[in-house]
Design a protein around this ligand. Structure first.
Ligand code: 5GP
Ligand code: MG
Ligand code: MG
Length: 176
């Protein structure tokens, strides 16, 4: 069991299971985009580890950039998205948006608007985790590591009020 602030979490995925998941995503991205010299655009803070692991496995030339948006407070999405670190120099490029998790899809929706404004050549969306029951948008998610139930998770980049990002495994909120 894991205690973060006032909440208790139970083990959900091992470091090995996460690595296997990342390997599969990396393989597909390599098949599709190795020759396209893409920009990996990691969405901070949650995707910092996934972005590192994906880009290490990329078999071609690429750029690595980050953007920062916030939608969550505690374990609930606020629905309001703030853009804290913007993007630049993406015009005409192939962009791979790298997310830790797609939940309602609000964040992805916001990023898609930004990329369209930046006139990128094309973009793909990669996420380590996807909650199909929570997703409310129509955007296609091109690369999905794992589909998971609609329960709050932490670890491997994902936090609960700032804690838990450094954990090499994934934990799920324990509901008494
Ligand atoms: P969305 O905008 O799709 O609702 O949520 C996207 C962001 O909310 C994710 O990038 C992540 O930062 C946060 N989020 C969504 N679900 C979870 C979860 O289960 N655990 C944690 N720690 N963050 C989450
Ligand atoms: Mg995120
Ligand atoms: Mg968070």
């Amino acid at each position: 069991m894991l205690q973060l602030h006032d909440l208790t979490f139970k083990p959900f995925l091992s470091a090995q299971e996460i690595e296997n998941t990342i390997e599969k995503v990396a393989e597909k991205i390599n098949e599709d985009l190795a020759a396209k010299q893409p920009v990996f655009l990691g969405v901070l803070n949650g995707a910092y580890l996934f972005t590192a692991e994906l880009t290490k496995r990329f078999q071609g030339n690429c750029e690595v950039e980050f953007t920062k948006l916030i939608s969550y407070e505690g374990t609930k999405t606020t629905g309001k998205i703030q853009n804290l670190i913007g993007v630049e120099n993406l015009k005409g490029k192939t962009v791979i948006v790298v997310e830790d998790i797609v939940d309602t899809g609000n964040t992805i929706s916001e990023i898609v608007k930004i990329l369209e404004k930046e006139a990128v050549a094309n973009y793909k969306i990669a996420t380590l985790f996807f909650k199909p029951e929570a997703y409310q948008k129509a955007h296609k998610i091109d690369y999905i590591g794992l589909e998971i139930p609609n329960k709050f998770i932490v670890g491997f980049g994902l936090d609960y009020n700032g804690l838990g990002r450094n954990l090499p495994e994934i934990y799920q909120l324990k509901e008494n």
